[in-house]
Design a protein around this ligand. Structure first.
Ligand SMILES: Nc1ncnc2c1ncn2[C@@H]1O[C@H](COP(=O)(O)OP(=O)(O)OP(=O)(O)O)[C@@H](O)[C@H]1O
Ligand SMILES: [Mg+2]
Length: 356
């Protein structure tokens, strides 16, 4: 693995583990798959020494795998930061050994990015030729029998999304300029993700919807599981940075609890509170916990303090929403004050650090 890469894709991060799983895998594999379904599940959810890479219901993984082995594509929908992209990356890496055949959906996505484009210098010089053709990630996935990924599909204009129709139903892509047709090899399929806060899936054409199985990805329901995940992710990030520190356990609990309660609008005892309108997902909790430790390490030589959480909360959770900032202030003033323990006390005491 190249240490000069900020974030290697899953197939490189876990290359050894994937190779070991493939070597000991005796179960039947769907056509074109590198691993059997039980091995893919083990890779994602861990067992024995290998920790889980994702927290979700095993039945979600099973339905997703069966869907991908059938003739339907998979659409993962959910709130921001619920690990839809991570799940699609891990599934692609485990099933076909490559997670980078990805189209990033946006308002500027064009049909070329879904089908194919041209190298215009070659095209002008020698006319349409196989050499001048620039395949899209999807075309490459079809040729090689791999899983393609389509991130934030609902951010593309619906008419561009519909370029997927024949590709997904007939499993072929015609290149009239060359008089050729690319047929999908066994193993080809598509995993798309969509964010419920963006333009809705209801704008997708009915024809396209029919070619997907929909799966909703939910935020982590259990506090202990979320805490363990944030701890593991932060340790991994700090190890990557070469920072020999870990956030204190009670500090992490303050952080994860605060994020959960601001997200859900209820505390552990079921007491109703206020809910932020900005995104306070597990992903944000990981980012803030990481930043808190970096702050402590690089600015003071400690592992981060409660005051750092307060300082970072506004930028991470309230963004530019003044209403959310007020809610955070009330949360710290009213709820944090009542909690036992030094970390909560320090968190409450640092409330003046919130921007006015
Ligand atoms: N259930 C979970 N299991 C594992 N990691 C999680 C989970 N929920 C959140 N995370 C953390 O959140 C990070 C980001 O998630 P990811 O980018 O995949 O979210 P997303 O749902 O695609 O968000 P968006 O809708 O904004 O694209 C992950 O890398 C991981 O650290
Ligand atoms: Mg995503």
């Amino acid at each position: 693995m190249n240490p000069a890469v900020q974030r290697p894709p899953a197939e490189l991060r876990y290359a050894d583990e994937l190779a070991a799983l493939a070597a000991s895998d005796r179960d039947p594999r769907p056509p074109g798959w590198r691993l059997s379904m039980p091995a893919v599940r083990r890779f994602l959810l861990g067992d024995g020494d290998a920790p889980a890479k994702i927290v979700c219901a095993p039945s979600l993984i099973e339905r997703a795998m069966v869907g991908l082995a059938s003739s339907r594509a998979l659409l993962l929908i959910g709130e921001p930061g619920t690990a839809k992209s991570l799940l699609s990356e891990l599934l692609a890496a485990a099933i076909c050994g490559q997670s980078t055949l990805t189209v990033q959906g946006s308002a500027a996505t064009t049909e070329d990015q879904i089908r194919y484009g041209w190298n215009y210098a070659l095209l002008l010089n020698e006319g349409p030729s196989a050499r001048a053709l620039v395949p899209s990630p999807l075309m490459r996935a079809m040729r090689e029998g791999r899983i393609a990924r389509f991130e934030e599909i609902t951010r593309c204009p619906p008419e561009v999304q519909d370029a997927l129709l024949s590709l997904l139903s007939e499993r072929l892509l015609a290149v009239p300029e060359l008089g050729e047709t690319v047929f999908a090899a066994p193993g080809f399929n598509l995993i798309a993700t969509a964010n419920t806060r963006d333009r809705g899936v209801n704008e997708m054409s009915a024809a396209l919807k029919r070619r997907f199985s929909f799966e909703t990805v939910f935020p982590i329901a259990d506090l202990d599981q979320e805490l363990a995940l944030v701890q593991a992710e932060v340790s991994r990030l700090l190890a990557q940075d070469g920072v020999p520190r870990a956030p204190a356990a009670d500090l992490l609990e303050v952080l994860v609890t605060t994020f959960r309660e601001l997200r859900n609008g209820v505390d552990g005892q079921g007491q109703a509170g206020e809910r932020l309108s900005s995104v306070v997902s597990t992903a944000e909790a990981v980012a803030v916990a990481h930043a808190v430790t970096l702050r402590g390490h690089y600015l003071r030589g400690d592992a981060g303090q409660a005051a750092d959480i307060v300082e970072l909360l506004a930028g991470a959770a309230a963004k530019d929403n003044a209403d959310d900032l007020k809610k955070i202030r009330r949360y710290i003033e009213q709820r944090a004050a009542k909690r036992p323990g030094e970390a909560w006390k320090a968190f409450h005491a640092a409330r003046h650090l919130l921007p006015p």
